[in-house]
Design a protein around this ligand. Structure first.
Ligand SMILES: *Cc1c(COP(=O)(O)O)cnc(C)c1O
Length: 472
């Protein structure tokens, strides 16, 4: 390609390196120099870090600072080669995992279950992420329902806003996931609507603390009562909120009970790799008692390869992740999490108040650290187009169109992020006004879903993107 032609080609956002670095269709016949590899990868990492280090990216990077990351990397390297499942050769692994589980259970008021049943004892496992935790809990309810209630066609009821990992569980494990729409004006699930869906095949219900779209906590006390009344499971998804709401509550914010204080809660997921500030690839799933946890375990006693048992969906897992998670929790301690969350909430409160003062924008529910808004006067997708041009990355919501910004530590590292955000957002509203009657770029992708045909189109489009991404 001539230099001129190269210049005319826009950089492919999915494959920005294809011109810059060699692509390997096969292993190099002769291995490369280590320093050379490190140099190339350092350049890529640096380029990609620049995107979020400005504090302009919603969520995504649950990063507690370069020093913290350097510490976790050192810890990781001590056990990077170890296999968590090899409990006989690496007893350190179950020492650390049992303590991660215990610390998480304590944080989520696991002790309070004794008030309801002295024989219960919160327990759990470490998994490879929030999806892993949710998959495990859903499998537990399916198998529990089959064994203890004879349910052959299990159903689980979830708010429409609950994470897609629940639908993935339904798809993997043959569970019918019954969606209940969220209700305006507060955008949380209506407990009566959940109860109306319960039938003899229902094994569990789901609530979020908080949900991904809006960061809102469902009416969990009411859902808890429903679960108790119908003697079914109740999973609270705290993947996002599990490691932040306990500290937001301690700071004095009005947070309704969302954890094992509620007598109906039989399981929870909480992601160490989000607000736990550990490395990516770990989460905790907790159960109210060991009877439930046992439906998660797997064993094949008569395999020619010997004894094979595993407590989670994963086989081998890196001991480095276990060690880094344990170290993050023990290093930060309650005071460390409190400091981090105080800083996060300071920025969140500024942004929330600023959005509330913009007449065209409507906050969705009562936000805490995830702030979502919509508008009845301008197209928020135009706002997204504008904010994108200023380097801000929102999470785009649909049905109805809305945007959210999730505050993480990178927003607290750079001074003045909230002020700059609000100034740009006001300009974004002006821009959206000026574009009234035109179709926003964001609408190209987000305007499709919601009808049978539209949903099929979106899925086809996304699968095509995967195919393309997996091409060298
Ligand atoms: C992130 C998240 C999950 C799980 O996601 P993973 O990417 O698998 O860790 C589940 N629920 C909510 C509300 C989340 O935000």
């Amino acid at each position: 390609m001539s230099e001129q032609a190269k210049e005319a080609q826009p950089v492919d956002p999915f494959k920005p390196y294809s011109e810059q670095y060699q692509s390997y269709h096969a292993m190099p016949a002769k291995g490369r120099d280590r320093d050379d590899i490190l140099k190339e990868l350092s350049a890529m990492a640096e380029a990609e870090n620049a995107g979020w280090q400005s504090g302009q990216v919603s969520g995504t990077f649950y990063h507690a600072g370069e020093e913290h990351r350097a510490f976790l990397n050192r810890v990781f390297s001590l056990f990077s080669h170890a296999n968590t499942i090899q409990f006989d050769m690496c007893p350190s692994m179950f020492k650390m995992e049992s303590e991660i589980i215990s610390m998480t259970a304590k944080m989520l008021n696991g002790d309070s279950i004794k008030e309801h049943n002295a024989e219960d004892q919160v327990c759990g496992t470490v998994t490879s992420g929030g999806t892993g935790s949710i998959l495990m809990a859903m499998k537990v309810y399916r198998d529990w329902g089959r064994k203890e209630k004879g349910i052959q066609a299990p159903e689980i009821i979830m708010p429409h806003t609950a994470h897609p990992a629940f639908d993935k569980s339904g798809s993997y494990f043959g569970i019918k996931m019954v969606h209940v729409p969220v209700a305006e004006p507060d955008f949380r699930v209506d407990p009566a609507a959940v109860e109306a869906q319960i039938n003899e095949n229902t094994v569990a219900i789901v609530g979020s603390a908080g949900n991904y779209p809006y960061g809102l906590i469902d009416p969990l006390p009411a859902l808890s009562q429903i679960a108790v009344k119908h003697e079914i499971g109740f999973h609270v998804d705290g993947c996002l909120g599990g490691f932040i709401f306990p500290w937001i509550e301690k700071l004095g914010y009005d947070i309704p009970p969302f954890d094992f204080r509620l007598p109906g809660v039989t399981s929870m997921s909480a992601d160490t790799h989000k607000y736990g500030f550990a490395l990516k690839g770990t989460s905790v799933v907790l159960y109210r008692n060991n009877n439930l946890r046992r439906y998660q375990y797997f064993n094949i006693p008569d395999w020619p390869g010997g004894m094979y048992a595993s407590p989670t969906a994963a086989g081998s897992r890196s001991g480095g992740l276990t060690a880094a998670t344990w170290a993050a929790m023990v290093y930060l301690g309650e005071d460390g999490y409190m400091r981090a969350v105080r800083d996060i909430m300071k920025v969140a409160d500024e942004i929330k108040a600023g959005i509330a003062a913009i007449p065209e924008l409507l906050l969705i529910g009562e936000p805490t650290f995830v702030i979502s808004f919509r508008s009845e006067e301008v197209d928020v997708y135009h706002i997204n187009d504008f904010m994108k041009s200023r380097g801000w990355r929102f999470n785009v919501l649909q049905l109805p169109p809305a945007l959210h910004f999730c505050i993480t530590m990178p927003q607290t590292f750079v001074p003045g992020v909230a002020d700059r955000f609000l100034a740009d957002l006001k300009s974004g509203v002006e821009y959206a006004r000026s574009k009234s009657g035109t179709v926003a770029e964001t609408t190209a992708l987000y305007g499709l879903a919601g009808t049978l045909e539209g949903n099929q189109q979106v899925t086809e489009l996304i699968y095509g993107v995967f195919d393309y991404l997996y091409s060298v």
